[in-house]
Design a protein around this ligand. Sequence first.
Ligand code: 5AD
Ligand code: SF4
Length: 443
Amino acid sequence: MTDQSTDPKKLFIRTYGCQMNVYDSERMAEAMGGQGYVEVGSPDEADMILLNTCHIREKAAEKVYSELGRFKDLKDAKPDLKIGVAGCVAQAEGEEIMRRQPMVDLVVGPQTYHRLPEMVEKVGRGEKALDTDFPLEDKFEVLKNRPTAKRAPTAFLTVQEGCDKFCAFCVVPYTRGAEVSRPPERILREARELVERGVREITLLGQNVNAYHGAGDGGDWSLARLIWALNDIDGLERIRFTTSHPNDMSDDLIAAHGECAKLMPYLHLPVQSGSDRILKRMNRKHTAEEYLRLIERIRAARPDILISGDFIVGFPEETDRDFEDTLDLIRAVNYGQAFSFKYSSRPGTPAAERPLVDEAEASDRLHRLQALINEQARGVMDGMVGREIGVLFEKPGRMEGQMAGKSDYLHAVHVKAEGIAPGDLRRVRITEAGPNSLAGALV
Ligand code: 5AD
Ligand code: SF4
């Protein structure tokens, strides 16, 4: 008999896609830790490889198969190596993954990874394991004991999952399921545990995080109420949340941006398009004008807030005129940051049936949109020079003698390291705006 308890098995996880996948990967590693697995930094050393996948655009989903192809040599050299696919491609494609790539041993969706320990046992017996249910139990409760070791000063915390909005292009309502909010007491408990481990900044995550409505003490909690409760946790210095839908920006949440000291002046508020015709076809349920009015109200509450967004160009039937409307909206908002994508047709979504915009035209629009966004983001960064702002330091900078952190507005900031440790929140005078980061000196 081999003594496996003295010889920990090695787990390698590769994470694709959004921040929620980053959070999920962390929780999966914790769940596997209970099975005697330790995480390693390279697939070559691993006894088990897990790909935590993203299905949002075709390119992201296809990456999984090319990555699996690359593991073939590893599996040939080490036949005991187990390979698993988790996340949204697992949810969307299920068994099909094992048909396309028979060396895959395990397929687990985003709602069932608390069952990984049993699944891994099954795989250990040489069987295949597949679970893409939407179970009734709360996976986070099953996983509840998080480790106590010290960790990085910033952390993600999932508070809400899934989406009921059904934008015509989006797979999220199918891969992550219906909107579900975690109860506030459990979130607050997890937040306190994170703070005890050295966390100073928490980013609340949800596909529709501002639709949060957790059943808690005194009834239904809004996201704003949750933020105010987090604001009372000693040792927690900063709160952020992502990602939001314009129609769920409630009055209390807007007000919190002006009143809650720990809520950072940064808001990711995707609009996708500035054309009312396209917004309607996207099933976004708001107009460009309504979005602009909303931004005005948010800025009235917190004038210095940095606005970030998401855009899709080349949505089916998008004309030049529609695209010009998007550029006009961007000019009106002045974004500090934005993510932009060429439309990718996703099987099973309503828009997948519609005629596509010419590929070269879509690429051209993407470049033009990105040039405008870059110019705005540049301007916002340049505007930081001379200002005194908060920086949470995370790690040594790339250059000798520097520390790197993030400003209140989420810009990377480099400062001379003297006397600064990871986890310190300090005031910094910004002296310079580089291409990707700011530089400054402690005040
Ligand atoms: N094609 C291109 N971009 C998409 N997004 C979501 N679905 C698609 C799609 N089918 C983008 C949206 C969303 C972000 C997370 O990804 O902009 O806000
Ligand atoms: Fe997808 Fe966001 Fe629309 Fe929900 S609100 S369907 S997650 S783009």
